[in-house]
Design a protein around this ligand. Sequence first.
Ligand SMILES: Cc1cc2nc3c(=O)[nH]c(=O)nc-3n(C[C@H](O)[C@H](O)[C@H](O)COP(=O)(O)O)c2cc1C
Length: 146
Amino acid sequence: MKTVIVYASIHHQNTEKLVKGVAKEIEVNLIDITKNKSVDLSGYDRIGFASGVFYQSMHKGILNCIEKTNFREGQKVFLIATCGVIIRDYTKPAKKILAKKNIEVLGSYQCRGFDTFGPFAKIGGIAKKHPNDKDIRKAQKFVKSL
Ligand SMILES: Cc1cc2nc3c(=O)[nH]c(=O)nc-3n(C[C@H](O)[C@H](O)[C@H](O)COP(=O)(O)O)c2cc1C
């Protein structure tokens, strides 16, 4: 079972910290989509997409990658997001694109990530130190459970 996580982590590298933590425990390849504009995902059985949340959705580069990917039969997807405040399922827009493509989503995982966007900068940011060890352990458990 070959697994890859395609990620975008541009605000504070929160998502990168999380997926690197997952890669320490589970055999997964990591691809930073902001550095690799076109990626070949055909050799993978499971594809994870991961990013911070920007205006209630995953990073545009991730949504574009999902749009552009010609998933082959049997490939399954999971989603990981880090966000300032968890108030909803921010992976929903990504899930919508995947549903249109008839791609099965195995599950999604969200945790908080250090956030200094807009007014939060004035108070030194929120969700400081996240993702922390507990968030990383939960993410490892999530990917293992798929
Ligand atoms: C422009 C911008 C918009 C954001 N929008 C949201 C949002 O809608 N909801 C939320 O919970 N966090 C939001 N955040 C916070 C990020 O999702 C959070 O810090 C995330 O962990 C960043 O991940 P990264 O460091 O991997 O890029 C936003 C941050 C930025 C810079």
